[in-house]
Write a protein that binds this ligand. Structure first.
Ligand code: FAD
Length: 472
């Protein structure tokens, strides 16, 4: 605090990691200036494009983010894709610190032959599609090829996919799900969803809230899980695990007239895809290897394989085995190492990527940090992303205080976005930045159109439409 020099910080990404890092920095060092870069014209990352439409309460964090953006020291620079529209190294000379908070923009693959063929969708694409992510506006998932879908993976995203496929369209109509998704879901023929995992109930990654929601869906029954898959004595388990196991064991209330159903299928690892003999583009099923747990009661238990297989007939497959971050072009020039295997940026455990002393001989270059999913890997809810972002912000504050003690040269007087913009113009880079007031226009129009349809908002599905409304 105090009136000492304050840093100018570039944050790349406007999801929870970016906003919570900004919040803490603005609180901890008076006068900090934040420039938040976002590839899309609209902010909030997965809060807008990931969180399920029927979880409106989760999206309330947008109000906190709005308040942060209203700080006079905060500049939103949307519609600028770092590493593509703007070379990354260009930032270094204009900031005291750069924070990578750009999340995970790819998905993990299962590794099956034919996985890229039609009727197979990544959860990231499907979720992005129903949530209006421009990249997937034209995904056009085929939901009419048959009555069964298989979701590979047993995390909360897998359950979001299953719930969206099985929910009543009238219930979804009151959410901010896109209109084109409602049309496709209204025509959907899918009546049964298998949510398949390699391990057992004790090892599944989903949480109780998401399971409960599915168990209580109207018109959807749940086929119970065989008793032998549960540990014999649940009473010894830690409370959250015990409650989840009890719920899974109890299953869903009896719904005699249900027309749809879902199952949790355990101990199955995807092995190969089965295609129609007459049409090699038509999926007929997924072949799984049966697995066995080394220690069924251990939530971290490893699995072994068996020679037995099981075919689950299906016309549609969703893979939901995780998101994955990718490197941004130009990172290496800033001294950033990207761990391709983990899909995260290498850092010191607190979010420091390149400390100022390693930057250049004079120590005047930007220090580099990471925050959120690109730092920790693509797991965890918004609350854990917040804790993680605060940790990164604390590292920045600590480093800044040390640096400010030996305050020399240009530290504390970086020109941020003004300098970046001027340099970009001098190179004739065709930038079309969207600032917060333009996003607010988009926001207002989306809400207005939504209101006419009885929804909280109708999202624009393309960048072109967003830019047209923003007046840019
Ligand atoms: P992100 O939210 O992904 O934000 C990254 C931002 O960076 C994006 O806006 C992206 O456009 C931008 N970006 C990427 N590359 C560039 C670039 N080159 N230049 C500029 N900008 C760039 N958590 C909950 O608490 N409750 C839920 O119900 C819930 N549901 C979820 C459902 C799904 C399907 C998913 C995937 C996640 C869900 N989560 C939920 C988890 C939560 O969304 C994450 O914890 C959180 O969003 C991670 O924040 P982040 O800022 O690291 O990444």
């Amino acid at each position: 605090n105090g009136n000492g020099p304050a840093p100018t910080v570039a944050i790349i990404g406007s999801g929870p990691a970016g906003f919570y890092t900004a919040q803490k920095l603005l609180r901890e060092i008076r006068g900090t200036r934040i420039d938040m870069y976002e590839q899309l014209p609209v902010p909030f990352g997965l809060v807008r494009f990931g969180v399920a439409p029927d979880h409106p309460e989760v999206k309330n964090v947008q109000e906190t983010f709005q308040a942060i953006a209203e700080s006079p020291n905060f500049t939103f620079i949307g519609n600028v894709n770092l590493g593509h529209d703007l070379p990354l190294p260009l930032l270094a000379g204009h900031y005291d610190a750069i924070v990578f908070a750009y999340g995970a923009s790819k998905d993990r693959k299962i590794g099956l032959e034919g996985e890229d063929k039609p009727h197979i969708y990544s959860a990231r694409a499907f979720v992005g599609w129903y949530n209006g992510l421009p990249e997937y506006r034209d995904l056009g998932p085929n939901l009419t090829a048959g009555d069964t879908a298989v979701v590979v993976g047993q995390g909360n995203v897998a359950l979001d996919v299953a719930r969206t496929l099985l929910s009543s369209v009238d219930a979804l109509r009151q959410t901010d799900i896109t209109e084109y998704a409602l049309d496709a879901l209204s025509a959907s023929k899918i009546k049964h969803v298998h949510v398949v995992g390699r391990r057992g109930p004790m090892q599944a990654a989903f949480t109780i809230k998401e399971v409960r929601e599915l168990l209580h869906l109207e018109d959807v029954s749940f086929r119970s899980i065989p008793d032998e898959l549960f540990p014999p004595d649940l009473s010894k388990l830690p409370r959250p695990k015990r409650r989840l196991m009890e719920l899974l064991k109890k299953g869903s209330p009896l719904k005699e007239n249900a027309t749809k159903s879902w199952t949790l299928d355990f101990l199955l690892a995807p092995k190969s895809l089965k295609w129609s003999d007459s049409n090699p583009e038509k999926l007929e099923g997924v072949v799984f290897s049966k697995t066995k747990l080394e220690n069924p009661a251990d939530p971290e238990s490893k699995i072994g394989t068996t020679n037995e297989t099981q075919l689950i007939p299906t016309s549609t497959l969703f893979r939901s085995i995780g998101y994955k971050a990718a490197a941004i072009p130009g990172m290496a020039e800033l001294g950033v190492e990207f761990d391709e295997w983990k899909g995260t940026i290498r850092h010191d455990g607190f979010g420091r990527v390149v400390p100022p002393e390693n930057n250049d001989a004079s120590g005047h270059g930007a220090s580099i940090y990471c925050s959120g999913w690109v730092k920790r890997g693509p797991t965890g809810v918004i609350a854990s992303t917040m804790t993680d972002a605060f940790q990164t912000a604390e590292a920045i504050v600590e480093d800044w205080k040390k640096r400010a003690q030996h305050f020399v040269g240009s530290a504390g007087s970086q020109d941020g976005w003004n300098g970046v913009h001027a340099e970009a113009v001098s190179y004739s880079l065709p930038l079309r930045p969207i600032h917060w007031d333009s996003w607010e226009k988009i926001d207002q129009v989306e809400k207005k159109i939504g209101k006419q349809k009885g929804k909280p908002r109708e999202k624009f599905g393309s960048v072109k439409e967003m830019l047209a409304v923003s007046g840019k």
